[in-house]
Design a protein around this ligand. Structure first.
Ligand code: BGC
Length: 776
């Protein structure tokens, strides 16, 4: 025995001290095995510079700044394994970091791209991919690892304060746009965080509100966009939302984050929370919410204690840690990428300018546009509306980007060669300064705050004589109506309507210009849906420019002059009145931000109440409602005019393997070169479930077609895409029988039809996330 011991001791002395294992893709399991509990816990919680974590080295706050100032979050580093910090920054209209740094003469501006709604309105996934590529390049070159976007929540109601960050009222358009964006961003070897998962469709009381949704509607509308994006682009990360969903916070809901997201859809990345404080840490870990952001010391302590007392399963911790390590080995920080801090902002501005006009939607055009040069000069223009000068390039909050400049409409028109009425312009410029001063006095914090929604300035009334004078001196009037919104607050009901000041100004301008047979063009510089019936009555042309990013003014001028063809189509319905929207009944009409204490009171209150939002309208969202019920709208989903006309012919649907291929010939029958978006809506045969009259399943856009030129468009969809969610079978069910495909210029303009037969298909799912209200 003694001899054996001696031999063992000797051989142990001869063995080299085993080298510290370092992280790389093949050593993940080993690293997990060697990590202490403290190290594991620290990796599951966002890293806060300046906070001291039990048993781990302290870092000073300035080190956070040394990484990327202004980034929203970090993951922890563990030197002994070679695990670096990684950096997470907002999203989604471009990269959001601080433009200036202490004791540093350099600047770190990022491109302000058009808002998400505009990008979806391009219906051009190649272009969205290019925008993503450029955005992702800034993430890479500014030393970040993940862009916190795209925003993918469905536009359930026009007044959601963050709709500008989102894409559409239709889940297929959301899913395809998001997949293109994600693939574009991730082509740089950086990640995204697709957000906010799920059913985060309002800002009011967003931290506590319970979205109460039936299983079918949840699957078909609010989860479908995420499902498509996960299947088509495999985002590196997904951000769980702030709200409750059917009685449980999304970030601690295993059914959502594991059963549906991973088991059913095959998601492989990590889930992180939205930026909240401590919630139920143990439940979050168990649910598969791998990373708690922005993170705090208490959460680390809770994980350590939970593992020690058994309330958190060690296997769950290891599983989440493994997933975080799988994420880390992909990141630029891990790969040691030498970032330049010098992305090509000029090239990216050109992409922003190229994308913006494609998503602008021409709503009305009584022979005014495009504005042509007369003897080499463009017409003289009187530019009205405070938003022409106080321009909204994007929304506010975390979705705002620190951009190097914003080309407002005045500047854009001047760059294009328009001569503007100097007196009118001077009056507005002075008024803008005065208006800003007034706002600042009123609100205290206006200037320089990019988080607070930028308030609208009261529209000044210049007086009938001034309008008359302007009409005599100029060839036409351009009037901008603007709206801004942002995180934390929903838009107010009065934000939807044209207010009395705007109405009075527009009426006076139209009166004087029309008297002299001169035209009035309205530009909508908005982040979301507004009332347009009054504008349609008064104006000769309406261009919905959305919030078009930092090149916005130039892009609008490109469309007005016809330099770029306006090929955008609405990604959301423009209703006549808010009362027409079924979800209005259950959309909060009170804007107070509630505390936990208020909440317990509210839960006992009667409905409608914004402690809970009951999605009582079911599938009656957007065109699914308006078209099925044949209700009038101001502008239907998918609508958009151009400067030419298109004819559709030879529509057909053929089976190809497991997919269907729909084709249609599109011919430019007008006299202007342009692009056309064709939307494919499908009507299902009568089955057991009641369905909308038809639903979007695919779409395609032509290249720029010259007058007389044609292009055959091809659109693919699968049998599974045709399915509806049957709560009784807990399955996606495609009814067998004859379907009709409608090839459409908008949801209200179905041009060609083709029938095809589909086989019955049942894809079983888990019976999860049942409709549930909060206990009272
Ligand atoms: C927002 C997220 C954002 C995060 C980090 C949260 O308040 O809801 O969209 O990514 O902050 O800034």
């Amino acid at each position: 025995m003694k001899k054996l011991l001696t031999v063992m001791m000797m051989s142990a002395m001869l063995l080299p001290v085993s080298a510290q294992v370092k992280l790389w893709s093949k050593t993940i399991d080993k690293v997990v095995k060697e990590m202490t509990l403290e190290e594991k816990a620290s990796l599951l919680v966002g890293f806060k510079f300046g906070e001291s974590y039990t048993g781990l080295p302290t870092n000073s706050a300035s080190q956070g700044n040394a990484i990327v100032p202004g980034a929203a979050g970090f993951t922890a580093k563990i030197d002994r394994f070679g695990i670096p910090h990684t950096v997470l920054a907002d999203g989604p209209a471009g990269l959001r970091i601080n433009p200036q740094r202490d004791n540093d003469p350099n600047t770190y501006y990022c491109t302000g791209f058009p808002i998400g709604t505009l990008l979806a309105s391009t219906w051009n996934t190649d272009l969205v991919y290019q925008v993503g590529q450029a955005m992702g390049n800034e993430v890479l070159e500014y030393g970040c690892d993940v862009l916190l976007g795209p925003g993918m929540n469905l536009m359930r109601h026009p007044l959601c304060g963050r709709n500008f960050e989102y894409y559409s009222e239709d889940p297929f358009l959301v899913g395809y746009t998001a997949a293109a964006m994600i693939n574009g961003i991730q082509s740089n070897g950086v990640g995204v965080s697709a957000k906010h998962f799920a059913a985060n469709n309002q800002e009011t009381n967003r931290l506590h509100n319970n979205s109460v949704i039936g299983q079918r509607v949840l699957r078909e509308l609010y989860l479908k966009g995420f499902e498509i994006a996960v299947r088509k682009s495999q985002p590196w990360t997904i951000m769980s939302s702030y709200n409750y969903l059917n009685g449980k916070w999304t970030h601690e809901n295993k059914e959502l984050l594991t059963t549906i997201l991973r088991d059913e859809w095959g998601f492989k990345g990590i889930v992180m929370t939205d930026w909240t404080g401590t919630r139920h840490t143990a439940d979050q870990v168990a649910a598969g919410n791998d990373l708690l952001e922005p993170g705090n010391a208490e959460q680390i302590k809770q994980i350590i204690e939970g593992a020690t007392n058994g309330s958190i399963n060690m296997n769950d911790i290891d599983r989440n840690v493994r997933r975080i390590l799988e994420y880390i080995v992909k990141t630029p920080h891990f790969r040691g990428y030498q970032f330049s801090n010098k992305p090509d902002l000029k090239a990216h501005a050109a992409i922003a300018r190229k994308a913006a006009p494609e998503g602008m939607v021409l709503l009305k055009n009584d022979g005014v546009l495009p504005i042509r040069q007369v003897q080499d000069t463009l017409p003289h223009v009187a530019l009205f509306g405070v938003s022409s000068y106080h321009f909204f390039a994007g929304g506010t909050g975390s979705g705002d980007v620190h951009k190097p400049y914003v080309v407002d409409l005045k500047e854009g028109l001047a760059n294009a060669g328009f001569k503007m009425d100097q007196i009118i312009t001077d009056v507005y410029e002075k008024y803008k300064d005065y208006g800003l001063l007034e706002l600042e006095a009123e609100m205290g914090i206006y200037r320089g705050s990019s988080f607070h929604p930028r308030p609208r300035m009261k529209e000044p009334q210049l007086g009938q004589n001034v309008y008359r004078f302007a009409a005599e001196k100029n060839d036409m009037a351009i009037v901008t109506i603007g709206r801004s919104s942002g995180e934390v607050e929903d838009r107010k009901f009065s934000d939807f309507t044209i207010n009395p000041d705007e109405k009075a100004m527009l009426a006076a301008v139209c009166h004087e210009f029309h008297k002299l047979n001169k035209k009035v063009i309205v530009i909508l510089n908005v982040g979301g849906v507004i009332e347009t019936s009054l504008l349609s009555e008064m104006a000769d042309a309406i261009l919905l420019a959305w919030q078009p990013g930092m090149e916005g003014g130039n892009a609008i001028a490109d469309v007005l002059t016809g330099k770029t063809y306006p090929s955008g189509k609405l990604s959301v319905t423009f209703p006549v009145k808010l009362e027409d929207v079924p979800a209005t009944k259950n959309f909060p009409k009170d804007y107070t931000i509630w505390t936990e204490r208020d909440m317990s009171k509210a839960r006992k209150a009667t409905f409608p109440c914004f402690a809970e939002t009951i999605y009582e309208e079911d599938l009656n969202v957007g065109y699914r409602y308006f078209q099925t019920e044949n209700k009038p709208v101001s502008f239907p989903f998918g609508f958009g005019m151009g400067y030419t006309t298109f004819e559709y012919s030879n529509a057909s649907v053929k089976k190809k393997g497991n997919d269907y291929v729909a084709t249609v010939m599109v011919k430019n029958t007008g006299s202007y070169a342009g692009k056309e978006v064709v939307q494919l809506y499908i009507s299902a045969p009568k089955g057991t479930l009641k369905k909308p009259a038809y639903e979007l399943k695919a779409y395609a856009k032509t290249r720029e077609l010259q007058p007389g030129e044609s292009q055959l468009l091809e659109m693919t969809f699968s049998n599974y895409d045709l399915a509806s969610y049957d709560e009784i079978q807990q399955a996606w069910v495609t009814d067998g029988g004859q379907y009709t495909a409608h090839f459409a210029a908008s949801a209200a303009d179905l041009r060609q039809h083709a029938t095809f037969n589909a086989k019955q298909q049942v894809v079983k799912c888990h019976n999860v996330l049942p409709y549930r209200r909060l206990p009272r």
